[in-house]
Ligand binder design. Structure first.
Ligand code: KIV
Ligand code: NA
Length: 266
């Protein structure tokens, strides 16, 4: 398998080949993603919830992100590695650059992900891109804004909010983002954003029209305690092994079978 790169992801979008992305937090899971041919492994700050037991992603530190990203990097070869900038790593451009330098230079990520499209975030996207650090933007239900939203709520439900998210998507692209994760928005908005952008749009709870899909691995293996989020699916049920479950997820994303209508918001 050829290594997945920023240019190859853009070729996939142009060719209509869906991109498969999944979170990983350690070497063993990374190895399973690699063997299943997953295109992108994301070390998400969701690890604060599914690994550390916090009720949000806010307590995750940069040291913890570096630790988990290093572990995942050792399990990968062709799969691209993306790491989240943790909460408040965007407090100013200098902190964001220092954080990205550790995640890429020390831990081995090929790209960093940052939430939102506020002016300071656009500046960080621009500055990192100028330093040849590709950036994945993240819009819609951005979990680091949980207190602003008043919970993990679907975003972009009314027309004004949807227009705002589309404008943010165009702004992060113009700032230089190489990729966009779009989370927790109605299917119609997922389709609009994907159609409007040149860069690939990876959806999670954003409908079937995105250029690719991402899930939290604990959700799609049925490991996460409590109720499974509506936009996820337990791929371990009926597939018998972790490798078969990840393989089924990759196949269903590529064929368009996942997400189905029951995983989407209207
Ligand atoms: O932290 C994470 O796992 C994420 C994905 C849900 C996109 O940001
Ligand atoms: Na995240």
């Amino acid at each position: 398998r050829k290594p997945v790169t920023v240019p190859s992801l853009h070729v996939m979008k142009a060719a209509g080949q869906r991109i498969v992305m999944l979170t990983a937090y350690d070497t063993s899971f990374a190895w399973h993603l690699e063997n299943a041919g997953v295109d992108i492994a994301l070390v998400g700050d969701s690890l604060g919830m599914v690994v550390q037991g916090h009720s949000s992603t806010l307590p995750v530190t940069l040291d913890q992100m570096v630790y988990h990203t290093s572990a995942v990097a050792r399990g990968l070869s062709a799969t691209m590695l993306v790491a989240d900038l943790p909460f408040m790593a965007d407090r100013d451009t200098a902190h964001a650059m220092a954080a990205a330098a550790r995640l890429v230079g020390e831990a081995g990520a090929a790209m960093v992900k940052i939430e939102g499209a506020a002016p300071h975030v656009l500046e960080i996207i621009d500055v990192l891109t100028a330093r040849a650090i590709p950036v994945c933007a993240h819009l819609g239900l951005t979990p680091q804004s949980v207190h602003k939203f008043g919970g993990f709520r679907i975003q972009g439900r009314d027309e004004a909010a949807a227009d705002r998210i589309l404008a943010e998507a165009l702004a992060v692209q113009a700032a230089g983002a190489a990729l966009l994760v779009l989370e927790g928005v109605p299917t119609g908005l997922g389709e609009r954003v994907t159609g409007a952008l040149q860069i690939p749009v990876i959806g999670i709870g954003a409908g079937p029209h995105c250029d690719g899909q991402v899930l939290v691995i604990h959700d799609m293996l049925g490991i996460t305690p409590g109720k499974r989020p509506k936009f996820s699916k337990d791929f371990l049920a009926g597939n018998g092994s972790v490798s078969a479950a990840i393989g089924a997820y990759a196949a269903d994303v590529r064929s368009g079978a996942f997400p189905g209508p029951e995983h989407c918001f209207s």
